[in-house]
Design a protein around this ligand. Sequence first.
Ligand SMILES: Cc1cc2nc3c(=O)[nH]c(=O)nc-3n(C[C@H](O)[C@H](O)[C@H](O)COP(=O)(O)OP(=O)(O)OC[C@H]3O[C@@H](n4cnc5c(N)ncnc54)[C@H](O)[C@@H]3O)c2cc1C
Length: 400
Amino acid sequence: MKKVIIVGAGPSGLILGLLLAKAGIEVELLDAGSEIDKQPRAAHYASPAVYELGRAGVLEDVKERGFQPEGFAWRQLDGTLIAGMSHAVLPIEYPTRMVVLPLDRLGEVLYEHIQRQPTAQVKWSHRVVHVGQDEDCAWVEIETPDGVKRSEADYVIGCDGASSTVRRELFGPEYPGETLDAQIVATNVYYDFDSFGYWDSNTIVDPENWYLAARVTTDGLWRFTYGDKPGLSKEEYLARQPQRYEALLPGNPKPGQYKITNISPYKLQQRCAPSFRVGKILLAADAAHLCNPFGGLGLTGGIADIGSLFDSLIGIHKGLADESILDKYSEIRKRIWTEIIDPISRENFRRLHDQDPTKARENDEFFKLCVKGETDEQVAKDIALGLDIVRHDMTQYYTK
Ligand SMILES: Cc1cc2nc3c(=O)[nH]c(=O)nc-3n(C[C@H](O)[C@H](O)[C@H](O)COP(=O)(O)OP(=O)(O)OC[C@H]3O[C@@H](n4cnc5c(N)ncnc54)[C@H](O)[C@@H]3O)c2cc1C
């Protein structure tokens, strides 16, 4: 294998590019944007993602610029604790303990590292508009500031996010799945949640006023994601923000008592592509599957795809596996999404709005497990590492 084209320099594309370039493979990374995306999206990376960040050689920098959270709490609207999940139960040096770093800052770390790789090139303002393939290679057609260009490689990987052009080229405009009947508004905000006794992450369980407030940096920036009426325009969500903040945040602050640095409404989607492979063209992360963000399974699952795809490609490169391992990649990653990520993420969202908060500690199966973890250290550790099930080691399919 001489060269791989990766469409999309989001986190998944950058991690795959870094892993492949470090293995000596030529990587051309094409991104439609002019710089790393700054929207308030992922910040929490669970154990399977941390494992791949370690393999890519960026984990120490991610830890240095981010932090490792102590615990997650679920609360009633008045702040009463329902249940908690400890990450501090794992020692700080535990190799795959959760890390927190906002997506744009993770992108900066990855971009710095990939620029040091002589076999990798990242090209901004390069929008892929068509993909194709024959027996010998796969290619992309790209709109660039200097006109339309064509580039070819052994494989093209679509890491181009939810609206993936690569996926549309393979399967048409429909992304199978559904949009949930709910709306979130994600904000990054400086506000003193600490003074209300909040833990590193706090999910409010409430039929109307559910929300998530999680620390995302060590300088006091929090992610505050709340529900709002579905079906409004972006302008309407922005206009409603002050009243939603005053109604929901502890202390009922007015504008001027907090500082918002990002705000973006999102629909909640559960979707999965028909296949993650068509010949020499592959899909990974949001281009291949989407889930709602509660429980932080989106990019964690996407980075786990990248680990599986990297091992598959490198197995082919080294002559340890034939191309059928890519079918296995597609089959297994799709199964993990269908059987694990989709149902768990749906349940994470249901848990926060569709039950009586005053009875949730006794009734909810996950909370019952957390309560057991309060006195049983092994149970607490198993919960903290529970998402390890989304990682899959593809080297077991090497034939040599
Ligand atoms: C509010 C919110 C909170 C979240 N929190 C978490 C969390 O805590 N943990 C977690 O694991 N996940 C979380 N997620 C999900 C996570 O943000 C996404 O799964 C992740 O960003 C997907 O990464 P990606 O690299 O696949 O795609 P993206 O980040 O979307 O990157 C795709 C890239 O492709 C480029 N691109 C698109 N089309 C083209 C084209 N035609 N040609 C060239 N380039 C193109 C784009 O410019 C972009 O840079 C959250 C999501 C939301 C909305």
